[in-house]
Design a protein around this ligand. Structure first.
Ligand SMILES: N[C@@H](CCC(=O)N[C@@H](CS)C(=O)NCC(=O)O)C(=O)O
Length: 268
């Protein structure tokens, strides 16, 4: 790690965001100190626009002493430039790692679509609870009152229609098939037989489906139970077992301070 690396990093996330988990895991694994701020949907929009300066409202955003970086691949680039070399982004296999990263980043929206399509409006819809977990009292009250409208707006923003949900299912299945195929030759890690950002990205992006017990949101038995029927066709696939195994072996502690150690350790 570079000795002149900047300190004072703040990672803005949603607790349930799989792209946020990719960066959170990277920081934890690389022992880069940071503070995590879990934002509340809707209330994240203005701060994200202001910090990101790219006309986009997505999280994660990494706030550094000098700048703010939005978009997880750009955050990895910045971490490599400022804290490199990083064992998870080896120079010798950089392109192969980034190719796998891109592949799983590309289904992130499909995973979100699948998740919301199978949660919104169901009797055991946990989304409001998850969205308000880190909210202030007034934010939670607003979201509770406005939930039907926010849910509608969210469906529109993510294009959650029966057709798009079906397409999402097909695209996720394609990547699960790909991952299964990679693993049939007996390999354990996706690139160069070593744990890398390729494994972190694949596992983090599939965590909402694999429900690894260490995950502060998707490891929640209540959440897993609410998604059990939807996830059933994939649950025991080699690819998803591999995701849970990556969490078992490499997830380690959540050091950003947003989740109580008790909450994450209980399931570890
Ligand atoms: N390409 C982005 C995608 C991030 C993304 O889609 N984040 C979602 C949460 S998983 C988000 O912030 N959605 C809220 C919004 O777009 O306002 C990345 O890799 O960081």
């Amino acid at each position: 790690m570079k000795t002149n690396a900047p300190s004072g990093l703040t990672l803005y996330t949603f607790a349930m965001s799989h792209y946020s988990e990719k960066i959170r895991w990277t920081l934890d694994h690389c022992h880069i100190p940071y503070r995590e701020v879990c934002m509340t949907p809707v209330f994240h929009m203005l701060p994200a626009l202001r910090m990101g300066k790219r006309g986009q409202t997505t999280l994660p955003i990494l706030q550094t002493p000098r700048t703010a970086i939005q978009n997880s691949p750009r955050i990895l680039d910045w971490l490599l430039d400022n804290y490199g070399p990083l064992d998870i982004l080896p120079a010798s296999h950089q392109q192969a790692v980034r190719d796998v990263e891109q592949r799983f980043d590309a289904i992130g929206k499909d995973v979100a679509r699948f998740l919301y399509a199978n949660s919104f409006g169901k009797a055991d819809d946990h989304i409001l609870r998850l969205w308000t977990d880190h909210a202030s009292g007034s934010q939670a009250a607003f979201l509770r009152a406005a939930y039907p409208f926010v849910r509608w707006a969210f469906r529109r923003k993510l294009s959650i229609t029966p057709q798009r949900a079906e397409l999402a299912l097909q695209r996720i299945t394609r990547e699960i098939n790909w991952l299964d195929t990679q693993l049939t030759d007996g390999r354990f890690y996706l690139v160069n037989n070593r744990f890398s950002a390729a494994d972190i990205t694949a596992a983090a992006l599939l965590a909402p489906i694999a429900c690894p017990q260490q995950h502060p949101v998707y490891g929640d038995p209540q959440f897993a139970a609410s998604m059990a029927d939807a996830i059933k066709p994939w649950r025991d696939r080699k690819a998803l077992q591999w995701v849970r195994h990556m969490y078992d072996l490499h997830r380690g502690e959540f050091t950003g301070g947003a989740f109580s150690p008790q909450r994450t350790r209980l399931r570890a």
